[in-house]
Design a protein around this ligand. Structure first.
Ligand code: PLP
Ligand code: SF4
Length: 338
């Protein structure tokens, strides 16, 4: 029999799965029966932004298919080392909207809290691949002063947990932070932007549900899925469990060449999300970050893809096509009139 202290010291199963993520290019190629000619380029690219793939996600990638849309999101490639004009390290100019460590405040009534610098998966197209996250790591005392910032900014009504991936943080810390925010009367909503419930579905556990639903704040989870193959039965079960606990779920995707740059693929994704009770929210055009130019879809083509979606989907399954323009007060909705 285990006594109580032993029970408390057992790490959650999601943490074990996270620690078992694949971080070696050679191992990834081997597991997926891929050609070793990909190795050198992948290893060079991984030196700039490491490879990281959790096993539950790996299990959804087709074997021996170098063009698998899930593989493309995680496999480092030689083209990442190219730096065409216009692709920058901080394309969204987040560094200049960083009024306090751990806070990005760009839009008037909502701000991001960088709750965890870590991610559970490293997505090759990520616009935060060069963000100085380590400098955002902070002590309890710094969080107390971040809370003061929120308290003083009475125009805020929503706090967004971001990262990295905020759900890579401990539930104990997240519970503490959420309880503190719930005491600030002008904050009405808590939003969590996370890919963890998709890439490691066991992240949706009792501890997570407890703090997300324990306060008066209305909880919203924005997940990140780019392709219907990312949603298997375990992911679907987790998404249902969150909703049974009163958590509203939205999805954002990035339009990515070689992953989802076709109307049919995106229509299938919206339909699959609806089967899981999730509403499509945003379809982002790629942010021009250095190392991700090979994922870029030209705006004209994006507009054509979107028109194909519009012709096949009800309005409530149509995400908004947006781009982030530095200095704007909100995301910019792309004019989709052809
Ligand atoms: C995207 C984003 C938000 C949230 O924007 P919504 O349109 O409310 O989803 C908030 N802050 C920053 C810095 C963002 O990039
Ligand atoms: S922040 Fe999101 S998109 Fe970027 S690497 Fe992490 S999970 Fe992927």
């Amino acid at each position: 029999m285990l006594d109580q202290t032993q029970i408390l010291s057992i790490p959650s199963s999601w943490k074990i799965e996270l620690s078992q993520s694949i971080k070696s290019v050679a191992e990834l190629l081997d597991c997926l029966r891929l050609d070793s000619s990909l190795l050198t380029g992948a290893q060079r690219a991984a030196m700039q932004f490491p490879l990281q793939v959790p096993k539950p996600y790996l299990g959804r990638i087709r074997h021996a298919d170098p063009c698998d849309p899930l593989l493309t999101q995680v496999l480092p490639v030689q083209q990442e080392l190219e730096s065409p004009q216009g692709f920058q390290k901080d394309p969204l100019d987040e560094v200049s909207h960083n009024p306090h460590p751990g806070i990005i405040h760009k839009y008037r009534n909502r701000l991001l809290l960088i709750v965890s610098p870590a991610c559970a998966i490293n997505c090759r197209y990520c616009f935060r691949r060069h963000f100085p996250y380590e400098q955002q790591r902070q002590s309890r005392q710094q969080w107390v002063s971040a809370l003061d910032y929120i308290r003083q900014h009475r125009e805020l009504n929503e706090v967004i947990y971001s990262g990295g991936d905020p759900l890579a943080a401990n539930d104990k810390f997240l519970g503490w932070l959420t309880a503190q925010i719930a005491e600030i009367s002008h904050i009405k909503r808590l939003r969590v932007h996370s890919r963890l419930p998709i890439v490691i579905p066991s992240r949706v556990d009792d501890d997570l549900l407890r703090w997300m639903t324990a306060s008066r704040l209305k909880p919203i989870l924005v997940v990140h899925v780019n392709h219907a193959n990312e949603i298997d039965h375990a992911v679907e079960a987790g998404l249902y469990r969150l909703q049974e606990n009163g958590i509203r779920i939205l999805n954002q995707s990035v339009l990515l060449k070689g992953v989802n740059d076709g109307a049919k693929t995106l229509i299938d994704l919206s339909e699959r999300l609806y089967d899981c009770g999730v509403s499509p929210y945003y379809l982002h055009l790629l942010d021009p970050v250095q190392g991700a130019s090979h994922f870029d879809v030209a705006q004209v083509q994006a507009t054509q893809i979107y028109a194909g979606m519009q012709a096949a989907l009800p309005g409530f399954l149509l995400p908004r096509l947006v781009r982030e323009v530095p200095g704007k007060a909100a995301k910019t909705i792309i004019d989709t009139i052809l």
